[in-house]
Design a protein around this ligand. Sequence first.
Ligand SMILES: Cc1ncc(COP(=O)(O)O)c(C=O)c1O
Length: 398
Amino acid sequence: MLTLAPRMSRAQPSAIMEIALNAKRLAAQGRDIISFSIGVPNFLPGDHVYQAARDALEHDSGQYGSNRGPDALIDAWLGSLERSGVSGYGRENVATGVGAKHVLFNVLYALIEEGDEVLIPTPYWTSYVDMLDVLGAKNVFLSCSAEQSYKLRPEQIAAAITPKTRVFMFNNPSNPTGMVYTKEEIAALAAELVKHDIWILSDDIYREMIYDGIGWQHLVQAEPKLRDRVILIDSISKTYGMPGWRVGFLAGPEIIANACVILNSTAITNLPEVVNAAAAAALSGPQDVTGGKCKEFSARRDKVLECFSRIEGMTCPRPQGAFYAFPNISFAFGRKHRGEALSDDVAVCKAMLDGVGVACVPGSAFGEPNGMRISYTCKEHELPDGLARIERFFGELD
Ligand SMILES: Cc1ncc(COP(=O)(O)O)c(C=O)c1O
């Protein structure tokens, strides 16, 4: 019988997508479902983005483009990084891809040999592990529980490093927890990381979605010596409400950027001209949509936390970015909802969907089975209703 390559036995569909699709399916069958499952922004980009796309269509060359990405797009992105306080990168340090996901995959493909160890703080974004599993990496999880506010401590890196450690995955602000590292915390991590000769993947796609005026700090700002091993990953998906346009970036040492340009040449050639023009317009045009959304999301975050504080037994470190909250729900394990036993996070999320029609993602999808992720970018009227249902669900536990 014809078979797939053995590595495909390790490939998994995205657990988050599966839950989101299930919620959609139930809604299509007429069930009253509120989905807090998928992490998509609830807005579209400004008119100038669509105008740039229309203009690009008018002048479409119809030709293949640059494997790295067009200069106009790269310059617009470097400008946006500089506005966030990260400078010193040139076009030669950059590569683009079909969303940050593709860029991450390219980078990991360029770096990982089977058996290489990769340090992954938990909770983590699910796709890191999906990608690393396919590539045959040995995932080394650094547990960051709710008690330590889901944030990694430098001594955890020191304790996990071995001669086989190849890559450290870092994501700030975090999906799934919404936590944001302070300047001091970034400095402490940078001071530890600089002692070790390992690649650092810094996934910064939520860097513009930070609340409470705390600002975004980066490892390369804290420790410039890290520049020769940090790979900064970014995307237009969340910041500009453009997840379907599929544009992602990296900035890092030339050897990395060039490797990803070659992989683009091998696998995709280039991103479409119209998409590139729209992305450049988003990055260099007015930034007020994102700013307005941050205000809205921080107010929503407050509502989510208010609701959680009324649920007896639930704790939730206060998120300050992205659009997620990740409460600890382990107080519900071993209890029952309408007669159904809740043995773990998956059972809780299933019972919540069945019982009150709210879809959240079980924490085990992110390597932290004591929690669940709620993404609060739903339609405005759905938030109070969905939160009231969650409160009712936990109030009904025996
Ligand atoms: C932490 C993180 N990194 C990367 C991505 C992928 O983003 P993109 O849409 O640019 O592929 C996501 C998407 O949810 C994410 O949450």
